[in-house]
Design a protein around this ligand. Structure first.
Ligand SMILES: Cc1cc2nc3c(=O)[nH]c(=O)nc-3n(C[C@H](O)[C@H](O)[C@H](O)COP(=O)(O)O)c2cc1C
Ligand SMILES: [Fe+2]
Ligand SMILES: [Fe+2]
Length: 393
């Protein structure tokens, strides 16, 4: 990735990773890739904003050196200690022994955990707290603590001169800068948000409240593009997402997990019936869709139908995994319909209900569709009743 100019004094020195298969060993990032962002502020003093994943160390160090043109950085600001941003921290610290590490009290606890208590002498650690400032000359960083968005030590930094918010992982998205230069921000930002930050909606709300008082011209996150336009729209979406509000309240997602195909077939039949009533329906085959996408689709819609075969007296595993992931990410505030299948002793509806009871503010439809292997007249009638309930609200 070539070095980019954010403003005259601020350069992007991050690195694209187009070969990683799974981000956090869990979320597929092919073919879009991912970027580990880092920035340099050039002033009387020089600050490097975050490091990158160890996979990208060499390219990053070379980018930083090119921008420095022989000078040495005074500070490395650590807004987030997760290894995708701290994996190369020691490399820079060793290369520039005069450089101080800027973080908050929790950052330094974590630095000692990752790199050992003796990794840095105390005089190399510059501790900052809420609303503290660090002057670089014309530029001045103001720190805003953002605990648990989505790690304990996270903080944002607002550069007052150019009105730039360094937002840590907030407002980040999957997709390397090179491969997704023209891609819209929201689809992969939404997937990043719900899967990685999603559980911590209350903490994101607290951060949004803090930054609402600031005039922001640019948001520089730790993944994905720097945001200069449509900031109001991105803030609006973050506000919605962090309150677990659906983006499409009337939209219905049917998520199905079928062993031999009958439950999938019945899901298609349900879709036709719903569409016949004018509903907007999206399908998700849980046996063929990565969980991170399925979860994102569920958060997007206001209504969710879960359709599942019974499997050894339990739920077919793709459905169980889906419900577990939804629960972990704080899924709530949705209208839910259930469809089960079981050739001899269907139990899936009862078991899905038990899983849903662990989540908040869900409004379950009264009718469950219960299939005995395949669709029959009884289950058709149940389906019609479910359609009526889903379309009534
Ligand atoms: C390994 C396995 C375990 C199953 N366990 C049950 C069960 O415990 N109770 C039941 O009623 N049906 C059970 N079934 C039948 C499925 O629920 C059956 O496949 C389903 O009713 C048909 O829908 P499908 O084509 O969508 O899978 C099982 C099927 C398989 C292959
Ligand atoms: Fe992170
Ligand atoms: Fe990250």
């Amino acid at each position: 990735m070539t070095i980019q100019t954010v403003t005259d004094a601020i350069r992007y020195v991050g690195v694209d990773d187009n070969t990683l298969a799974l981000f956090e060993n869990q979320y597929p990032v092919q073919p879009m890739g991912v970027s580990y962002n880092s920035y340099v502020i050039l002033d009387e003093k020089i600050a490097v904003m975050d490091s990158v994943d160890a996979r990208a160390a060499e390219e990053w160090l070379s980018n930083v050196a090119r921008v420095l043109e022989g000078r040495s950085p005074d500070y490395l600001v650590v807004t987030h200690m997760e290894p995708d941003h701290s994996g190369s921290l020691m490399r820079l610290a060793q290369k520039y022994p005069e450089m101080k590490i800027v973080g908050n009290a929790k950052t330094f606890t974590m630095i000692k955990q990752f790199f050992g208590t003796g990794a840095f002498s105390e005089d190399r650690l510059l501790e900052v707290g809420e609303r503290d400032t660090l002057s670089l000359g014309l530029h001045r960083l103001r720190f805003l603590l953002a605990p648990m968005v989505h790690w304990p030590e996270v903080m944002a930094a607002y550069e007052e001169e150019e009105k730039i918010l360094f937002s840590a992982d907030a407002f980040g998205r999957f997709g390397s800068l090179e491969r997704t230069a023209r891609a819209p921000w929201a689809p992969q930002a939404r997937r990043y948000y719900y899967n990685i930050v999603g559980k911590y909606g209350a903490q994101v709300q607290a951060l949004l409240k803090k930054i609402s008082a600031l005039e922001i011209k640019t948001i520089c996150p730790l993944h994905g593009p720097m945001l200069t336009e449509d900031l109001g729209e991105y803030l609006r979406l973050y506000d919605l997402w962090s309150q677990w509000k659906p983006e499409k309240p009337e939209g219905i997602l049917i998520a199905h997990a079928s062993i031999h195909g009958n439950t999938a077939y019945a899901s298609e039949a349900l879709k036709s019936k719903l569409e016949g009533k004018g509903a907007q329906v999206t399908m998700c085959d849980l046996t063929a869709t990565d969980l991170s996408y399925a979860v994102t689709s569920a958060f997007y819609c206001g209504k969710l139908v879960l359709a599942c075969s019974t499997y050894d007296g339990g739920l077919f595993p793709p459905m169980k995994a889906f419900l577990d992931h939804l629960q972990t990410k704080g899924f709530r505030n949705r209208r839910i319909g259930l469809m089960e299948n079981g050739s001899w002793a269907p139990a899936a509806a009862r078991l899905m209900r038990a899983e849903l009871e662990k989540m908040k503010e869900l409004r379950l439809c009264e009718t469950d569709v219960s299939l005995r292997g395949a669709l029959n007249q009884t289950s058709e009638a149940q389906m019609d009743a479910l359609v009526a309930e889903l379309c009534a609200e």
